[in-house]
Design a protein around this ligand. Structure first.
Ligand SMILES: NC(=O)c1ccc[n+]([C@@H]2O[C@H](COP(=O)([O-])OP(=O)(O)OC[C@H]3O[C@@H](n4cnc5c(N)ncnc54)[C@H](OP(=O)(O)O)[C@@H]3O)[C@@H](O)[C@H]2O)c1
Length: 289
């Protein structure tokens, strides 16, 4: 299927049958510090979401666990009825506790409830893409995903989900999911300083599956390195722009969902990410690992 041209850096990618801009938006931090609500500035958050779509972004990443519920509600309040081109990608597999923890919730009945909650809070009849979040807050864990993934495949069969993905997954879990049903994306932690998924990214690119790095800027621990500063200074730009441009240049199947609570930062990131990194830049940035 052909994809519409995008004026955003990186152009477009097709998630299953759904074209999206490779420059997307990660909505987690709109909920508040540590993704726990209520948000300090809901009007500002809604304005930012409208800005993101106004700037041409057609991929928003969210979860009903952000807030919990606040982020999805903000998205609905700001953007519903949704533009036909907008794809909202959500994830299930964890809830929130009162301390802000992320307890695992991957029993089939828990997943069903999370799908219903996402449909309700986003105001949708069908979810575009649902990622099954695996492992825990410490990272991926090598364990079978068969039971929870098959539960989502069943809900997909009931027409509640268009496409499936996995998150916080090992390469073996990605292969296990693909042996059960097609996936359109893998959302794992990856950035200039955490490149453990290099082989997986290349394999997914060969399969036409998107790789969506979470914490592309380091998340709660912002990326910092002398090499990054040196390359940013060479291009007269920010370290953030370099980190995002590097991801876009890494492989065509890499999609950006960098988070920001600032419309000015969003514009700055779009403008800054248009740069093309040279071989010398890439060699220098190898020192970030
Ligand atoms: N699947 C999973 O398990 C999982 C886990 C974590 C996150 N995620 C997804 O990944 C998305 C991205 O992760 P993230 O937002 O946590 O981390 P991130 O994108 O690595 O970093 C976001 C941080 O970067 C800052 N930032 C962005 N642009 C900036 C700029 N131009 N200047 C200065 N600071 C800037 C933001 O601060 P400001 O707000 O001040 O701009 C924010 O604190 C999330 O929104 C979420 O959708 C998924």
């Amino acid at each position: 299927m052909s994809t519409p041209p995008s004026s955003l850096p990186g152009g477009s990618w097709t998630l299953g049958d759904q074209p999206v801009t490779r420059f997307g938006y990660g909505a987690m931090q709109l909920a508040g510090p540590w993704a726990m609500g209520p948000p300090a500035d809901p009007d500002g958050a809604r304005a930012l979401l409208r800005d993101a779509v106004g700037l041409g972004i057609t991929h928003i990443d969210t979860s009903d666990a952000y807030g919990p519920r606040f982020t999805n509600r903000l998205i609905r309040e700001a953007l519903h009825p949704y533009a036909a081109s907008l794809r909202i990608v959500t994830k299930v597999g964890a809830n929130r506790d009162a301390q802000g923890g992320w307890p695992t919730a991957r029993q089939p009945d828990q997943l069903r409830r999370q799908i219903d909650d996402n449909l309700e809070s986003l105001g949708l009849d069908v979810l575009d893409v649902v990622n099954l979040r695996l492992g825990d807050a410490e990272g991926p864990r090598e364990e079978s995903l068969a039971e929870p993934f098959e539960a989502l495949v069943e809900l997909q069969g009931q027409g509640l989900i268009r496409h499936l993905g996995v998150s916080n997954a090992t390469a073996a879990q990605v292969a296990q999911a693909q042996a059960i049903a097609p996936i359109v994306c893998v959302q794992n932690m990856y950035n200039l300083a955490h490149r453990h998924d290099d082989e997986l990214i290349d394999r997914l690119a060969d399969n036409g599956v998107a790789y969506v790095p979470f914490f592309p800027l380091g998340g709660f621990n912002p990326l910092q390195s002398e090499a990054l500063r040196k390359v940013a200074s060479r291009h007269n730009t920010t370290t953030i722009a370099i980190a995002l441009a590097w991801l876009l240049q890494r492989s065509p199947n890499v999609l950006l969902i960098a988070g920001t609570s600032s419309a000015a930062h969003l514009r700055e990131n779009i403008a800054g990410t248009r740069i093309s990194l040279t071989d010398q830049d890439l060699a220098d940035l190898a020192a970030c690992t």
